[in-house]
Design a protein around this ligand. Sequence first.
Ligand code: FNR
Length: 182
Amino acid sequence: ATRKIAVLVGSLRKESFTRKVAKALVLLAPSTLELEIIEIGQLEMYNQDDDPSPPPTYVEFREKISQFDGILFCTPEYNRSVPAVLKNAVDVGSRPPGKSVWSGKPGGIVSVSPGALGGFGANHHLRQSLMAVNVPTMQQPEAYVGNAGKLFEGAELIDEATTVHLQKYIDAFATWVERHAD
Ligand code: FNR
């Protein structure tokens, strides 16, 4: 069966390297996975007071995510952690209690940075939150995409080593999703 994977991108920047990596993964994904980027920039900052009558953007986001079999988180690193926009999406999807859209859905994390460390801090902070929302997150292979400013020509991924690694990553993720499906 084809498994539907929601791809969340933790940057709203037009020329985002993280989004370029996400788009490369969409192209590299095996035919058993169907990847779709789901936007998160429209989600208001979460306010618990709104739980009784959530903003329409929340309702739509939660319904959409519910239809997917797994989640691939592509994140930049802001101040050694997860950008607020992505953490906000995790929080929005986790509420109200008992109705989290994340619980049990297999996940993967790809962190991206123009720096050498590949967003290690963001990658692992996000793991901490995904543990809290019961997303079984693939441990290996890891994906810390560093030097992101040198990997693309326009939108196209031109770095061979990164391409090979992302291919291995997404193939392993397909197996991970299958193992945790249903
Ligand atoms: C950054 N950047 C950054 N990079 C990094 O490797 N570690 C970090 O801790 C930070 N901190 C940080 C904080 C803030 C507020 C900004 C705006 C940026 C740089 C960051 O990696 C760079 O802007 C990337 O280009 C962001 O990812 P996208 O937008 O290209 O996907």
